[in-house]
Design a protein around this ligand. Structure first.
Ligand SMILES: Nc1nc2c(c(=O)[nH]1)N[C@H]1C(S)=C(S)[C@@H](COP(=O)(O)O)O[C@H]1N2
Ligand SMILES: [Mo]
Length: 429
């Protein structure tokens, strides 16, 4: 079993983005990454006109790049099969049970006072979860990214109930060190796809951080079947494999190992989203004399974002290819790129009826983001290249985190998240 086959509308999203600039959009104020939006001076005049962001802040649910296992894939089920899979809003149930697991090392199994089980009618249904949402509901912007795909899958406004509040329904517990969770997998053990968190990660949310939660809305709509609805796990800090779709069952266990299905494929099951810039495809050729706008996305991962910077160099005929950390690479001059500013009017971005002050990560008084970009979210960047003489060029963009580590540092281990610095080549004619 290897990486699940990505399907979906990636080609639509990854349409050529770099453009020869004509009639650029209105001037926009800039805000340095990591700077507090609330503390920024009132609209400093921008030095140059910036183009509109290359990517929307909210990705339409259908435009997410889909990464799903299963045969048939759960979101392809219809009619009675969908009801039997409990993937309609009426049929959906969440079980929370104790795992009897013991081993040479783990002497005592987990136990919980009030399991939620289908057999005795105590499993959580959607109306009960939505009711909990009225008191405990959270909303935030978060990008989804697969550990194994070198580009984010999409970004949404997710809504749901923190896992910690749902777990408290089960009363006092003993010997619970982790929880496993999985979605519908055609009742076939070979298709099981599960992920896990430590009990601490699920129950204790540090101030200002985003909680693990059980999501039922995306971009103001019920989570679609393709995006893992009716109900999906969302783990804000983690790669997509922890955000289990078609959530059905949480199993509380005394097994202390991160027994995620993804770990079996040599992936780091404790990976966090990485701060990294990703460059959009660009045309192979540009006409000399026209400015060129390179674009992409940057993810603010665990270590935050200070800036995006780029390096453009001419590829002289016969020159050897540049490789990461060779002499040419180490001597590179990197130039800061422009970052998308926070929207002046969030109502243009958010679904109707959702105010920015209701979102985690925003100041409840001013409705402004407390940091920019928001942690575990992504924004567009752009770089205007001017006066390029005819010739062949290589362009690279990289993120620098709040600890001054430049991508792919600090963790250039591809099995904890693809964050390589890729080169884009083009020719000016
Ligand atoms: N039940 C289930 N949940 C799943 C998966 C899956 O195959 N089955 N794939 C995971 C992986 S590896 C990723 S990257 C994300 C992708 O989410 P998306 O398809 O909504 O973009 O879903 C995760 N949740
Ligand atoms: Mo993934």
């Amino acid at each position: 079993m290897d990486l699940p086959t990505p399907t979906g509308s990636s080609s639509r999203r990854q349409l050529l983005r770099a453009t020869a600039a004509t009639g650029l959009a209105a001037m926009a104020p800039r805000l340095a990454a990591g700077q507090s939006a609330a503390a920024s001076p009132a609209s400093p005049p921008a030095a140059t006109a910036t183009p509109p962001p290359a990517h929307p802040l909210l990705t339409p649910a259908d435009d997410f790049y889909d990464v799903s296992r299963g045969n048939p894939k759960p979101h392809k089920l219809v009619g009675e099969a969908l009801v039997k899979a409990r993937l309609t809003p009426e049929a959906w149930r969440l079980e929370i049970v104790a795992d009897p697991f013991v081993s040479d090392l783990v002497k005592e199994p987990a136990s919980i006072t009030k399991p939620l089980a289908i057999a005795d009618g105590t499993a959580l249904d959607l109306p009960a979860l939505l009711e909990m949402g009225k008191r405990h509901g959270v909303r935030y912007l978060k990008a989804m990214q697969c550990l194994n795909i070198p580009s984010p899958l999409g970004q949404g406004l997710w809504e749901g109930v923190p896992l910690r509040d749902v777990l408290r329904l089960c009363g006092p517990m003993r010997n619970v060190r982790r929880l496993y969770f999985h979605g519908f997998h055609n009742n076939d053990p070979k298709q099981l796809f599960q992920s896990s968190l430590s009990y601490t990660e699920a129950m204790e949310t540090p101030p200002g951080e985003l909680p693990a939660f059980i999501a039922y809305r995306l971009n103001g709509e019920p989570v679609s079947l393709e995006r893992g609805g009716p109900v999906r796990m969302v783990i804000p800090w983690a790669h997509g494999f922890k955000s289990i779709k078609w959530l059905q069952r949480i199993s509380l266990t005394n097994d202390f190992k991160a027994n995620d299905t993804y770990a079996n494929q040599n992936n780091d099951p404790d990976s966090h989203l990485k701060t990294a810039a990703y460059t959009d495809k660009c045309p192979d050729t540009f006409a000399a004399g026209q400015p060129i706008i390179m674009t992409g996305l940057v993810m603010s991962g665990l270590s935050g974002l200070k800036r995006v910077e780029y390096w453009l160099h001419r590829v002289e005929p016969g020159a050897p290819a540049v490789t990461q950390d060779d002499v040419t690479y180490r001597a590179a001059q990197w130039t800061p790129a422009d970052l998308e500013s926070p929207p002046a009017d969030w109502r243009q971005v958010l679904p109707a009826g959702v105010a920015p002050k209701d979102l985690l990560g925003f100041d409840p008084a001013t409705g402004r983001p407390l940091q920019w970009p928001l942690r575990y979210s992504m924004i567009s960047w752009s770089a205007a290249l001017k006066d390029l003489k005819p010739g062949k060029y290589e362009f690279r963009a990289r993120a620098v985190d709040l600890n001054d580590f430049a991508q792919p540092e600090p963790r250039p281990i591809l099995k904890s998240g693809k964050n390589g610095v890729d080169a884009v080549r083009f020719e000016v004619l």
